[in-house]
Every structure is written in C-alpha cells, then in structure tokens.
Design a binder for this molecule. Structure first.
Ligand SMILES: C[S@@+](CC[C@H](N)C(=O)[O-])C[C@H]1O[C@@H](n2cnc3c(N)ncnc32)[C@H](O)[C@@H]1O
Length: 296
C-alpha cells in the first residue's frame, strides 16, 4: 500500500478551483490524484506515470470519484507535448511526488529494494531496455563512479565501483549488497547501510531521473496560469537541490542592488516539511520536502 506523503499540505497549496485544470506528474497509486479529483467539478485532472502498473491500478480508484480525469503512460518529461495533444496550453496546478512508490519498492521482482532479493531491474518503465543489471555488469568503472557521485553522494565511490567490477557477474540485489559491504570498513557499514545510496545512484541512472526533473521545471513555468501552483515533493538532497536552485533563480532579483528599482514580483516560493505525526505513521515521509512555487 502507498500512503501519499504530505497530502493535506499538497491539497492546501494547490488551492484547487472546481473548474481548473490540474496535472499529477507522478500518479503512483493515485493518493494525491484522488484527493485532487474530489475537488474538481467541471475541470480536469491529467495524470502521468511511466509505470504501466501504476496506470492500471489507479484507474479503478479514480473512476470511483468521477470521470474528469485522463491517465497518460509516459515519462513526465514529455508532459508539455502530451498536454498540447489534448489541446491544453495552460494549467492551474502541477504536482510531482518524486521517486518510487511503495508497491514498486515492495515488489522484489522490480529490483528497487536493497532488503529483498530480486533481479537487478529498477526500471520504472517496463518498456525500457536499460536495466540496473546493465549498469552493474557492463558499465566502465569510471561511469559507475560518476553516477555514484552525481546521483547519490555515495561514500567511497571508487572502492565500491572497483569491487563491483571485480565481482562481475552480479545478478541479484542481495549479491550487489554483499559486494558493497565486502569492500567497506566495518565502521562505515555500522553507521548506515551503504547500499542505500548505491541503490539510489543506480536507480536514478536507470530512470534518467535528474534529466526528467530538469525538463518539467522549465515547462511548468510556461504552462502555469497566473495564480497557478507547482508543488514538488523531493526525497533526497540531489533532486532537492535542483528544485531549490531553479526556484531560487526565478525569484532572484535581476537588477543591480545599487539601483533603487521597485521590482514586480512574479513568483513566490516556500518549503514545507512533514509533521512529526506523519513521520511516525509513514516512514517514507521522513526525508520529504515539499517545495511550492506560486505564479503571481
Ligand atoms: C512516489 S510515487 C507517487 C505516489 C503518488 N503521489 C501517490 O500518492 O500514490 C512516484 C511515481 O512516479 C512515477 N515516476 C517517477 N518518475 C517518473 C517520470 N520521469 N515520468 C513518469 N512517471 C514517473 C513512478 O513510477 C511512481 O509510480
């Protein structure tokens, strides 16, 4: 089961108009989508997911609410083009709840979890050819080190990449966990499971997560109506930094601070954190940050 993270905060920040057009870029199991749809009367919700199972499983849940929705099986980086195909040029709110859903993590055959033994897959989109197995078994040591550094802040990246190369072939998630642990000092392993960041780095590479995120930021600004809201939930520092810097650049003054000009504000931004009660009932919320951009 997937419990939507910061649901009340997302719905409050979107300030949904009954006749508005809203986009959920990360449908998952429709937790946020269902709550948005409940507030829509004459408007429309368009929701995206590149995981076919997410689309299939969510449809039944949303039909129970009303039929003002459309589901699109696609990477969200294409969302502007997909909306254009539907004749939609402007929207009132966009939500992206990044990363993987609980059903993806819990299904050992998807290969996302470092606690369950499964094939090294990690694809969100089952039609894609690149799998985690290809990275682990075919990529060069240098390329593996690069994704460790760029996608997840992996400690001792060279040592782990070298152990991976030496232990090839590595076929399963737990074989990969063993390889990681075998090359690190006991002290490091005791501090925090080192597989967490390695799995994150590989998953982000398999699914091209950072590039897709960068695409939606710019396109969202073009698509939002005045008073429109972009809400993004991030779960790790690398994706969060991309959103934070993008929002920061938008609100930064473009004028020389020495020249006294009254600047018209075009956006305001804020960041919200999950409440203690939510973290206690939903472990996934622990590392969440909700970044909100309001187009004035
Ligand atoms: C954290 S879950 C979303 C959960 C959802 N908000 C809910 O309440 O059920 C993220 C979902 O987004 C999908 N996803 C992640 N990146 C994507 C991308 N670039 N394009 C399309 N879907 C993506 C994943 O497949 C996953 O189903």
């Amino acid at each position: 089961m997937h419990i939507p993270v910061m649901l009340n905060e997302v719905i409050d920040s979107l300030n949904i108009k009954p006749d508005g057009i809203y986009v959920d870029l990360t449908l998952g199991r429709a937790g946020h989508a269902e709550a948005i749809l409940k507030n829509i009367v004459n408007g429309k919700l368009i929701a995206f997911d590149k995981d076919k199972i997410a689309i299939e499983e969510s449809r039944g849940r949303l039909v129970e609410v009303n039929n003002h929705f459309q589901l699109i099986h696609s990477d969200f980086k294409n969302f502007k083009d997909e909306l254009a195909k539907l004749g939609i040029k402007k929207v009132d709110g966009i939500i992206a709840d990044l990363g993987v859903s609980s059903p993806q993590l819990e299904n050992k055959d998807r290969g996302f979890s470092y606690n369950k033994d499964g094939y090294l897959d990690m694809r969100m989109n089952q039609d894609q050819s690149l799998k985690a197995w290809d990275i682990v078994n075919n990529w060069s040591e240098e390329d593996i080190v690069n994704i460790f550094i760029n996608n997840a802040d992996v400690k001792m990246p060279k040592r782990i990449a070298n152990a991976i190369i030496k232990n090839r072939p590595i076929n399963s998630t737990l074989e990969l966990v063993e390889t990681i642990k075998s090359c690190l000092p006991a002290k490091i392993i005791r501090q925090k499971n080192p597989a967490k960041t390695v799995f994150q780095a590989i998953r982000v590479a398999v699914n091209n997560e950072l590039e897709s995120l960068e695409c939606i930021l710019k396109d969202s600004i073009d698509l939002l109506n005045p008073n429109g809201v972009l809400a993004i939930i991030t779960f790790h520092s690398i994706e969060d930094r991309i959103v934070k810097n993008f929002f920061g650049d938008l609100i930064k003054s473009k004028h020389d601070p020495k020249i006294p000009i009254q600047e018209e504000k075009k956006f305001f931004v804020k960041v919200l954190y999950p409440k203690e009660e939510e973290i206690l009932t939903n472990k996934r919320a622990r590392s969440a940050k909700l970044r909100i951009l309001h187009k004035i």
